[in-house]
Ligand binder design. Structure first.
Ligand SMILES: CC(C)(COP(=O)(O)OP(=O)(O)OC[C@H]1O[C@@H](n2cnc3c(N)ncnc32)[C@H](O)[C@@H]1OP(=O)(O)O)[C@@H](O)C(=O)NCCC(=O)NCCS
Length: 206
């Protein structure tokens, strides 16, 4: 079952693809626009991710393709904001009336090795107790979603993006504070959900 999950509210919608089929099978259910879009892509995994994201886009909106802004942000016209993520076996896209950033992360020990680059001291202390990897996944993924929400601001992840206190549960909400140099901070609402060995986060304005 490749279309794994869909979710819809009045404000935004998202859908997941579980990439368990071979490339040929995805190509067989894709249209010519999607086939053309993967011509220049070199690796099989990236080709599959692109086809899955275009199938999801078609499923959610009827649109056939998206482009990119100069900063790398995906763009699907002025009607919706779009955000895209892929990790491990999953691809997800979200469409929203307002800005949105989404991220899927496969939870792995790599987070332990890199944690000092993306987590602040308070966040590291919080994650030092129990479920350390889950805390780190939540911190990293929330900040990646927030980065995508902003689109092109080179935040210092450990010092300029900060998660409010939260209780770690299988799904929930928290606040993320983004500190801009010489400007007022922006607060984003982060919605998160753990599933299998992954975390999924959504950043939206409050
Ligand atoms: C751009 C970035 C957020 C992508 O995240 P990722 O985990 O590598 O990959 P994901 O699969 O979650 O997301 C990829 C999608 O992000 C989207 N994307 C790329 N640049 C983007 C941007 N500036 N804004 C919003 N979305 C962007 C693209 O649509 C891409 O999918 P596509 O190429 O299939 O269209 C990431 O590479 C990045 O630059 N992060 C911020 C900088 C950083 O890592 N700082 C480290 C501090 S320790």
């Amino acid at each position: 079952m490749p279309l794994y999950k869909t979710y819809q509210t009045d404000e935004f919608q998202y859908a997941f693809w579980f990439l368990n089929e071979p490339l040929e099978e995805l190509m067989a259910i894709s249209n010519q626009i999607a086939i053309n879009a993967i011509n220049h892509i070199k690796t099989e995994k990236r080709k599959k991710e692109k086809l899955a994201s275009l199938l999801l886009l078609k499923h959610l909106s009827g649109k056939n393709n998206y482009s990119y802004l100069e900063d790398g942000c995906p763009y699907v016209g002025d009607d919706f904001h779009i955000s895209i993520t892929h990790s491990g076996d999953y691809v997800a896209i979200a469409l929203s009336k307002t800005r949105i950033g989404i991220d899927i992360e496969q939870i792995s020990n790599k987070l332990e090795r890199t944690k000092h680059k993306f987590a602040g001291i308070t966040e590291l202390n919080r994650s030092a107790k129990e479920n350390s990897l889950k805390h780190l996944a939540l911190i990293w993924s929330s900040k990646e979603s927030a980065y995508k929400w902003f689109g092109n601001i080179p935040f210092q992840f450990d010092t300029e993006l900060e998660l409010s206190d939260y209780a770690l549960t299988s799904q929930g909400h928290l606040l993320l504070k983004a500190k801009h140099k010489q400007k007022l901070a922006t607060f984003l609402n982060i919605q998160y959900e753990f599933f299998d060995n992954y975390i999924f986060t959504i950043a939206r304005s409050q």
